[in-house]
Design a protein around this ligand. Structure first.
Ligand SMILES: NC(=O)c1ccc[n+]([C@@H]2O[C@H](COP(=O)([O-])OP(=O)(O)OC[C@H]3O[C@@H](n4cnc5c(N)ncnc54)[C@H](O)[C@@H]3O)[C@@H](O)[C@H]2O)c1
Ligand SMILES: [Zn+2]
Length: 354
C-alpha cells in the first residue's frame, strides 16, 4: 500500500494505492460523517467492482448512476443527468460524489462536482490503468462539445483518490495496453526508477502481477503529481506530460478517434518524438533502441510506418502546442529528461515520418 500527496494548500489530496483488498476505513474516512453518496459509473465497468465499493461504504445512503460506456458520455446530456440526480437527492456540499470508472467517468463526474453548488466533494476511484496513472490525478475535468474534445471544463482537484490494482484484472487487453502507454511515458520523461522497474519486470507487467502493478502505478503517479502540483493550471512544466501527444493526437484524429486507443496512439507518438530527438542530436541511437525495445517488451506496437507526414501534417499544425504560429514539440535529452522546444528543423519531423 502506498500513499502520495498531490495538490497545494486547501486543495491538497491523498492518493492511496492498494491491492485487491481495500481497507474500508480509508473510503469511509474520506466520505465524512453525514453524507449521502452518489456513485457515477458506466455500463462497461463490471458490476462486481461497483458492489465492492458499495460494500466498503458504511452507514450512508448510496445511489448509483450508470452512464453508457464510451467517449460520447462526456457530454452535456450526461452533465444534466448527473446534476438532476443530485438535485433529486437533495445533495448539499457535505455530500459526496464518487467517480468509479475510466477517464470518461472521471472527467464528467469531476466536472459535475466542480460546478454543482459551485463545488462539492468528490472522490476518484479509477478502474482503468489509464485513469489510475493519469486522468484521476491532476484535477482536469471536462466534457466534449461538437467543437472538440475537452473544450469545456475546469481544474478541480478531487478530495481523495483510491486506486485498487485489483480492478485491472477485468480490463480488456487493448485498454490495459492503452494505460501502459502512459506508464511508459513517465519512464521516458525522467522517472528512472520506473524505467528500471519496467526493464526488469516486463513479463510480470504483461501478466498483470499485482505487486508490480502497484509499483508502476505508484511511480507513474509520483511523476504526474509532482508535475501537476508545480503547475496546476498548465502554464509551464505540465507541458512535458504531453510527450508523444502531438503526434499521438494527430494519429487519433487521422483515424477519426476510432480503431486505435489513446495509449496506442501516443505510444507511436513517443517513438516519433524520440526519433526527432535523435535526429536533432539530443539522444543517441542506442537510447532510441532502448525506448523501442522497452515498449515492445510490454507488447506495445512501435511501428508507425502507416502514418506518413502527409497524413498527419494538418493535425500536427492544429495542435494545442502551436503558439504564435510556431509548433512546440516535447523532446527528450540524453538524460531522458523531457523539454519543450520550438527550436527544431521541420525536416526532422518529415524524416521521422518518412
Ligand atoms: N483529466 C485528465 O487529466 C485526463 C487525462 C487523460 C485522459 N483523460 C480522458 O480520459 C478518457 C479516456 O479514459 P479511459 O482510457 O479510461 O477510457 P474509458 O473511460 O472510456 O474506459 C475504457 C473502457 O473500459 C471500461 N472499463 C472501465 N473500467 C473497467 C474495468 N475495471 N474492467 C473492464 N472494463 C472497464 C469502460 O467501461 C470503457 O468501456 C478520455 O475521455 C480522455 O480525454 C483525461
Ligand atoms: Zn495521454
Amino acid at each position: 500500500m502506498a500513499k502520495i500527496i498531490a495538490g497545494k494548500g486547501s486543495s491538497k489530496y491523498e492518493i492511496h494505492i492498494v491491492g485487491e483488498k481495500f481497507p474500508k476505513s480509508l473510503i469511509n474516512q474520506n466520505i465524512g460523517k453525514k453524507s449521502k453518496v452518489l456513485i457515477v459509473t458506466d455500463s462497461g465497468v463490471p458490476k462486481k467492482h461497483i458492489n465492492k465499493i458499495k460494500d466498503a461504504i458504511t452507514n450512508k445512503t448510496i445511489k448509483v448512476l450508470t452512464l453508457n460506456q464510451g467517449e460520447k458520455s462526456k457530454s452535456f446530456t450526461s452533465f444534466k443527468k448527473i446534476t438532476n440526480k443530485l438535485f433529486d437527492l437533495n445533495f448539499d456540499r457535505s455530500d459526496c460524489l464518487i467517480a468509479a470508472g475510466g477517464g470518461v467517468v472521471g472527467d464528467i463526474t469531476g466536472f459535475c462536482a466542480a460546478t454543482f453548488l459551485r463545488g462539492i466533494k468528490y472522490i476518484q476511484v479509477p478502474t482503468t490503468l489509464l485513469a489510475q496513472v493519469d486522468s484521476s490525478v491532476g484535477g482536469k475535468t471536462a466534457i466534449n462539445v461538437e467543437q472538440g474534445k475537452n473544450l469545456i471544463g475546469s481544474f478541480y482537484n478531487p478530495d481523495f483518490v483510491l486506486i485498487s490494482s485489483g480492478f485491472l484484472k477485468t480490463l480488456s487487453k487493448e485498454e490495459y495496453e492503452s494505460g501502459l502507454g502512459e506508464v511508459l511515458k513517465y519512464a521516458f520523461i525522467g522517472n528512472k526508477e520506473l524505467k528500471n522497474i519496467i526493464e526488469k519486470n516486463s513479463e510480470k507487467i504483461v501478466q498483470r502481477n499485482e505487486k508490480i502493478l502497484q509499483l508502476i502505478i505508484e511511480e507513474s503517479i509520483k511523476t504526474k503529481s509532482k508535475i501537476v502540483t508545480k503547475d496546476e493550471r498548465e502554464n509551464g512544466i505540465r507541458a512535458i506530460l504531453n510527450f508523444g501527444h502531438t503526434f499521438g493526437h494527430a494519429i487519433e484524429a487521422y483515424n477519426d478517434y476510432q480503431n486505435i486507443t489513446h495509449g496506442a496512439a501516443i505510444t507511436l507518438g513517443m517513438i516519433i518524438a524520440a526519433k526527432i530527438s535523435l535526429f536533432e542530436g539530443h539522444i543517441k541511437e542506442y537510447q532510441l533502441d532502448n525506448i523501442i525495445n522497452m515498449t515492445e517488451s510490454l507488447g506495445l506496437i512501435t511501428d508507425h510506418k502507416k502514418y506518413k507526414y502527409s497524413h498527419l501534417k494538418k493535425y500536427i499544425r492544429s495542435d494545442k502546442k502551436v503558439m504564435d504560429g510556431k509548433l512546440n514539440l516535447i523532446l527528450i535529452d540524453k538524460n531522458l529528461n523531457a523539454f519543450r522546444t520550438s527550436n527544431f528543423n521541420n525536416k526532422n519531423i518529415i524524416k521521422a515520418l518518412a
